[in-house]
Design a protein. Structure first.
Length: 276
């Protein structure tokens, strides 16, 4: 039985190449097929894009020793990436972003819109290539949101697959109600990790009000190579107020890849099938 595919959209830039690198590492380690996708806006652009994507696929297949297929779709990145993932049964999309200040198509705000329009989780990368053994240290921020529990299933599957350590980081809060809510989320996370035999540490953030900045600083100082977050940005407030916390994290200056999970109606305590 096929284990499914890893989908990597590319815009033929160095950032797209980095996403393919991460996709190759994940696909090779899990015995999956890698599909590289390019979306064009007009039908006359298809032939030229097919030639490029086929060259990219051949190069990736040679580098990683895996099956790689190039694919071109006509449409827009906001809808067609998620639709392609659903059609292929992909469990994971790995995509590059050029940062919040970039001018290319996959800038931070655009990347988050692509993520929001898909039920499939994403790993968003910049230009930091993957280690051959995958992701060794995963930082998992814990906050007051109930939905943040959902990212545990995905982080645990990645940790078990790559034998990673998970670093739980949470903000220091003073309000009694918030403190109780946060404590419940921390207990849930620690119990879930222990039940799945995943190595983990816990750390209280410095509490200076810049939680996103503290996440990045902790990740850098502890050699974390993946940050796991929920996508709680509906796009509306960030359009009015500027960069959301999710955008800030996926475009972090340390260029650490970010796992982004969209919340669902239910909180699963079981596996999510990323590698099964």
């Amino acid at each position: 039985m096929s284990k499914g595919v890893v989908l990597v959209p590319t815009d033929f830039t160095s950032v797209g190449d980095c996403a393919i690198n991460h996709g190759g590492v994940v696909a090779k380690s899990s015995g999956r097929k890698l599909i590289v996708l390019h979306v064009v806006e007009k039908f006359p652009d298809v032939d030229g894009a097919k030639n490029k994507i086929n060259d990219v696929a051949i190069k990736a297949a040679s580098e990683f020793g895996i099956e790689v297929e190039g694919m071109v779709r006509v449409g827009n990145i906001f809808e067609d990436i998620g639709e392609t993932a659903a059609e292929l049964g992909a469990k994971l999309i790995i995509m590059g972003t050029h940062g919040a200040k970039g001018m290319q198509r996959f800038v931070g705000s655009y990347a988050m819109k692509v993520v929001t329009n898909s039920i499939v989780p994403f790993i968003i990368v910049q230009e930091k290539r993957a280690e051959t053994n995958g992701y060794a240290n995963i930082i998992l921020p814990i906050d007051l949101e109930n939905a943040t529990k959902q990212k545990l299933s995905y982080a645990v599957e990645i940790a078990k697959h790559f034998n990673s350590k998970i670093h739980l980081l949470f903000e220091k809060v003073e309000d009694a109600i918030f403190k109780q809510k946060l404590a419940g989320n921390i207990i849930f996370a620690k119990k879930y990790l222990a039940e799945n035999n995943v190595s983990f540490t816990t750390k209280v953030s410095d509490g200076d009000g810049d939680f996103e900045g503290n996440i990045i600083r902790y990740a850098v100082s502890n050699s974390c190579d993946l940050i796991a977050i929920m996508n709680l940005d509906d796009g509306f407030l960030s359009n009015i107020m500027g960069e959301s916390s999710e955008q800030e994290l996926i475009t972090n200056e340390a260029q650490i890849p970010v796992l982004v999970v969209n919340p669902t109606a239910t909180i699963s305590g079981g596996g999510v099938g990323l590698f099964s």
